[in-house]
Design a protein. Structure first.
Ligand SMILES: Nc1ncnc2c1ncn2[C@@H]1O[C@H](COP(=O)(O)OP(=O)(O)OP(=O)(O)O)[C@@H](O)[C@H]1O
Ligand SMILES: [Mg+2]
Length: 256
């Protein structure tokens, strides 16, 4: 299989004459952590919405594992293994952590519900759910009600429910948004950990997160790709620095 898991060609989205995503060519390397950055309104979330087909592209092509998925429906795209966290995997506040992850697993099994009617398969589901909670460091809280979790832990739970969908490509839109230092650090390490054997495409404003874990960065500005490369390269790019000018000290940093 090719090293490129996801490729967009000239991907474009227009809203009534306004071009939010403008002929974007994106190549995401299999097994990498790829960050999509850019000032507010650059088109990052719109890009994600196009990739999951939450929005219909105006033009351009999306290839996943070499297959043209541009015209596929959101459910088909999820089945292929493109899973966006914090959307498909919303968590239910009044269920326990275990129940939330189990629901993710049940959703995966979908129509084959005979599978989990028997006592034995319920146990198997529990075991798998516990293993996923352990993967994000929440196994000791499995029977807590989700609403009682601190914010950072809730984000970790959302990652566990996303993992339940067996993503080959995980899309994370601002996974550390609204977090304090400690949670940012914890979730960053978690993303790094769960990236093993998977590919991650993430929108992130926090530059220290990006410089720590992103292999490749694509910078969007007004819907178009401005620069692409590893952090060391992109952060020195004069065009990128200029795009981020107007922030406090003109350094490459997030707008949030
Ligand atoms: N449904 C829509 N209809 C019209 N305009 C839209 C729609 N969705 C997004 N836009 C516009 O497209 C542009 C890109 O928005 P988008 O949300 O993709 O930016 P972003 O890079 O995710 O920004 P942020 O960093 O603030 O999250 C913005 O100007 C936005 O107002
Ligand atoms: Mg956004």
């Amino acid at each position: 299989m090719s090293d490129i898991i996801l490729q967009t060609q000239q991907l474009t989205k227009e809203f009534k004459g306004f071009t939010a995503v403008n002929q974007v060519d994106l190549s995401v390397q299999r097994g990498s952590i790829h960050a999509l950055i850019g000032p507010n309104g650059a088109g990052k979330t719109t890009c994600f919405n196009l990739l999951t087909k939450f929005l219909e592209p105006s033009s351009g092509t999306i290839l996943f594992n070499g297959i043209d998925i541009t015209r596929e429906r959101p459910a088909q795209i999820a089945r292929r293994g493109i899973i966006r966290s914090f959307q498909i995997s919303a968590v239910f506040p009044h269920l326990t952590l275990l129940e939330n992850v189990r629901l993710g697993l049940q959703r995966m099994l979908g129509t084959s519900y005979h599978f989990w009617r028997s006592e034995k398969s319920l146990h198997q589901l529990n075991d798998r759910a516990l293993a996923l909670l352990a993967e994000v460091g929440l196994d000791d809280m499995a029977h807590e009600v989700t609403v009682n979790l601190p914010y950072g832990r809730k984000r970790a739970l959302e990652i566990a429910t996303t993992l339940a969908m067996e993503p080959e490509l995980m899309l994370l839109d601002e996974p550390t948004q609204g977090m304090g230092h400690e949670d940012v650090h914890r979730v960053t390490q978690l993303i790094k950990k769960v990236s093993a054997g998977r590919t991650i495409l993430m929108v992130e404003h926090n530059m220290s997160v990006i410089s720590n874990i992103a292999d490749t960065i694509t910078v969007l500005q007004r819907g178009a790709v401005l620069a692409e490369g590893p952090y060391a390269e992109v952060s020195r790019n004069p065009l990128v620095m200029e795009a981020y000018m107007g922030t406090t000290d003109g350094q490459l940093q997030g707008a949030h």
